[in-house]
Design a binder for this molecule. Sequence first.
Ligand SMILES: Nc1nc2c(c(=O)[nH]1)N[C@@H](CN(C=O)c1ccc(C(=O)N[C@@H](CCC(=O)O)C(=O)O)cc1)CN2
Ligand code: GAR
Length: 225
Amino acid sequence: MSSSDVASSGTEKRIVVLISGSGTNLQALIDACGTGSIPAAHIVLVFSNRKAAYGLERARNAQPPISTGYLALVTYLKANPGKTRIDYDIAVAKSVLEAKPDIVVLAGWMHILSAEFLEVLHEGSPRGRDLPILNLHPALPGAFDGANALGRAYNAFKAGEIKNTGVMVHRVVPEVDRGEPVVVREVEIKESDSLEDLEGRVHEIEHQIIVEATRQVLQQQSPAR
Ligand SMILES: Nc1nc2c(c(=O)[nH]1)N[C@@H](CN(C=O)c1ccc(C(=O)N[C@@H](CCC(=O)O)C(=O)O)cc1)CN2
Ligand SMILES: NCC(=O)N[C@@H]1O[C@H](COP(=O)([O-])[O-])[C@@H](O)[C@H]1O
């Protein structure tokens, strides 16, 4: 059975990816799907909170092209007076659910999601609370939660506070970057490193572990429904 037959037959796993920026991690997932790295799975939706996210272009340029969605928080709030950030999160969750995902991967998604987002996904998915929602974070568990983790790690290294840093893919819970780690890799910081040097080393590992974690979670999952 060809991969397209598999996809049309619905036996392939369905991946939804959320992005905010250049999408190099999304590209790693695009390149891995349908190969030995992530077999029998394809990305069915790339969703961004930023219209200009180049990752949307990557999705449109994929072969076959991948559906895209976009909704910015500010745009949503202006178009829906009286609605809140939580209403926005619920709207995003409903867009994600429409794609019937077997897994949701935050790959550089730069928006803190409310508990309501998770509730809507888990209540609306046939997989319920077993629907895996993963996030890529450029730090070791509990080290530098939140945005600009890499910059903070670099400054901490220069201040002699840490000797190395790392990258992880973890499950998403309401507490930012506090979900169960799925894959963790330590990353060396060299005395001679500029921040750009460190970023390059980290990004290379990110592209590996986002594929590894997605494959690992899908392999452990029951068949596609
Ligand atoms: N409930 C959760 N939501 C998100 C998680 C998570 O673990 N639980 N991970 C983040 C990804 N992330 C770090 O890995 C992260 C991204 C963005 C921010 C942040 O402070 N965002 C600001 C806006 C910043 C901006 O627009 O540039 C915000 O949301 O107000 C912190 C951590 C994704 N969501
Ligand atoms: N806290 C989340 C966070 O900082 N995520 C970071 O956003 C970048 C996305 O790059 P990409 O758009 O090229 O994949 C990645 O470096 C990832 O670690």
